[in-house]
Unconditional design. Structure first.
Length: 353
């Protein structure tokens, strides 16, 4: 699939970090964020996020928050580093973590909050945060729609590279009867395994995807059941959101609305694409003007240097002060005090210069 435009869109989930307060000389950034997201047949979304921190100075804890789509929808949360899990006992020492739900802090509404403690100084550390969100996929009579903000506006530092991979299940060949009522009401026991169903692989054209956020991002579909969002240089406060539509039969255990929705999604994405293209063209014009100004400024600076060199050369050539002749140029001359008398030993000897 060709890369898709990135556009602004509404949010569902926000993730944010709060580190020990940065004093002068302390800073951090994210060289890399890798998110692996899997859509499950019940409409839930399992996320595994590997977030690399570049610490400059000493840091001791971090927090990660997920904004609720509805209460109690964030489950199975774990934090680990490498193969070591952080113990979820709330002890505020390195190697331990605490999970609070719900909390109300920062922008947005109520959130699930994970806090973990460590000791880091002038080094890179990669933490893996995994969790599952219930009812993440909205199912309609003609499509299933995942609208998910994988990186929220809460980050106050830049991300150099973000790569998000979304995996979709196959389509059910003989879908079971869907649960009645709302999605969350149908989730009575998330620990129960789902019954097996016969599925087929998705085919090209059944999945469509768009990205919302930075204009420099791309979306491509390497195969019908995988969507990849790739964006570089995510500035502080920016978000990365994915919008995917796919057959409703891929999530046969999720409750569904009887209303169609695909046409609405396509119309909205088309409008957002037009906005993104207009913003991209505006940015191209601005960048072109800036580039022209930089070239003119460079030429002006070069011309100024050449002019100064010419002036200096001319000044040295035409405004020189003659120096005194050397001793070899001095010519002794004898003359008489009186012109009428020949010079003799009583005459005057002078050196004329």
């Amino acid at each position: 699939m060709r890369p898709r435009s990135w556009k602004l869109g509404p949010f569902l989930v926000v993730a944010a970090i709060a580190l020990s307060a940065c004093t002068p000389g302390k800073s951090y950034r994210f060289p890399s964020v890798r998110i692996d997201a899997t859509v499950n047949p019940d409409g839930s979304l399992t996320l595994v996020e590997q977030r690399t921190y570049d610490f400059r100075g000493h840091f001791h804890f971090a927090t990660f928050t997920v904004e609720h789509k509805q209460f109690d929808d964030v489950v199975d949360v774990h934090v680990r580093e490498g193969t070591t899990d952080y113990a979820p006992d709330g002890v505020q020492t390195a190697g331990h973590a605490s999970y609070d739900d719900p909390v109300l802090e920062g922008p947005g509404g109520f959130k699930f909050k994970a806090t973990w403690w460590f000791d880091a100084a002038n080094q890179n550390r990669t933490f893996t945060i995994s969790y599952r969100v219930l009812c993440a996929v909205d199912v309609y009579s003609d499509t299933a729609h995942l609208l998910w903000k994988f990186i929220g506006e809460g980050w106050s530092v830049p991300t150099d590279s973000a790569l998000i991979t979304v995996h979709l299940p196959g389509a059910s060949v003989a879908p079971p009867q869907r649960p009645a009522g709302s999605c969350f009401a149908a989730v009575d026991d998330t620990s129960k395994p789902l019954p097996p169903v016969t599925t087929r692989a998705l085919v090209a054209g059944e999945v469509r995807a768009w990205g919302h956020g930075p204009l420099q991002g791309t979306v491509h579909i390497p195969d019908p059941q995988t969507v990849v969002l790739d964006v570089q240089d995510v500035v502080p406060g920016a978000f990365v959101e994915g919008s995917l539509v796919f057959p409703a039969s891929t999530v046969p255990f999720a409750s569904a609305s009887s209303q169609p929705h695909l046409a609405s999604v396509l119309a909205e994405e088309s409008a957002l694409a037009d906005q993104a293209n207009a913003a991209r063209e505006h940015q191209r014009v601005v960048d072109s003007r800036r580039s022209l100004f930089r070239r003119l400024l460079t030429l002006w600076a070069i011309g100024l240097v050449i002019f100064a060199v010419v002036v200096i050369v001319i000044a040295r050539r035409y405004d020189r002060v003659p120096g005194l002749p050397s001793e070899l140029d001095a010519r002794p001359s004898r003359t008489c005090i009186r012109q009428s008398s020949p010079c003799d030993g009583h005459g005057c000897i002078a050196t004329l210069v």
